[in-house]
Write a protein that binds this ligand. Structure first.
Ligand code: HEM
Length: 184
């Protein structure tokens, strides 16, 4: 990644920022999403069964978890110039928060937005952001989580179950803080 970014002529500040994000994003988000999607499926056995019997893909289950919980729920932006958006007057140099978590539960876009439903069309979700800053690791995450981690976990531990409280924390980076499980 270092060599690709430098050869593309990225300034050192951008190279640093992207590497930093790949390290933090590359660990936090997949960790939170693997544990969280596992928790969501174990808590909805009928939906887990649909995935297990192949009528819904692991990718669909992961994408729905990412919409429902938004592992990155918020990202800050600097307003570059004065801008009027609807009746909101945004002033240059002020800071705003983009709320991915709110957009992902927009009831004008998603029916029963607060419910986890692996059969849902998640194509309008912004779990990986949107536009020029769309997640650089989205394809890697989809492959890592939906093609490797989740199917292998449920294959290797068919009796996996939640064994205690699963508290969630964070709103910029959101996921289970601890997740006691048993599989015997
Ligand atoms: C479930 C897993 C992940 C989720 C939900 C996620 C989510 C996001 C979101 C919402 C953004 C946009 C932030 C913004 O607009 O300010 C983003 C950006 C980014 N992500 Fe991820 N991410 C995940 C995994 C990863 C992984 C595995 C990597 C690297 C290996 C990664 C690297 C990055 C980088 C470098 C950016 C910045 C892109 C840019 O600003 O041009 N992410 N991610």
């Amino acid at each position: 990644m270092l060599s690709v970014l430098t050869r593309a002529g990225q300034p050192l500040t951008s190279v640093r920022a992207n590497i930093k994000l790949a390290i933090s994003g590359g660990q936090n988000e997949p960790r939170d999403a693997i544990a969280g999607a596992t928790w969501a499926l174990l808590g909805h056995p009928d939906q887990l069964e649909r995935v297990r019997n192949g009528s819904v893909s692991w990718l669909a289950a992961f994408e729905e978890y990412a919409r429902w919980i938004s592992p990155i729920g918020m990202s800050p932006r600097r307003v570059a110039r004065d801008f009027l958006w609807r009746d909101v007057d945004l002033q240059a140099e002020s800071r705003v928060f983009l709320m991915f978590g709110s957009a992902n539960r927009d009831e004008d876009v998603f029916d029963r937005a607060d419910e986890f439903d692996v059969t849902r069309n998640t194509s309008k979700a912004v779990s990986f952001g949107a536009g020029p800053h769309f997640c650089a690791g989205a394809a890697a995450s989809r492959s890592l989580i939906a093609e490797v981690a989740l199917p292998r976990l449920f294959d290797i531990l068919p009796k996996l179950r939640i064994n205690g409280d699963v508290p969630f924390g964070g709103w910029a980076f959101r996921g289970p803080v601890s997740m006691p499980v048993a599989w015997g």
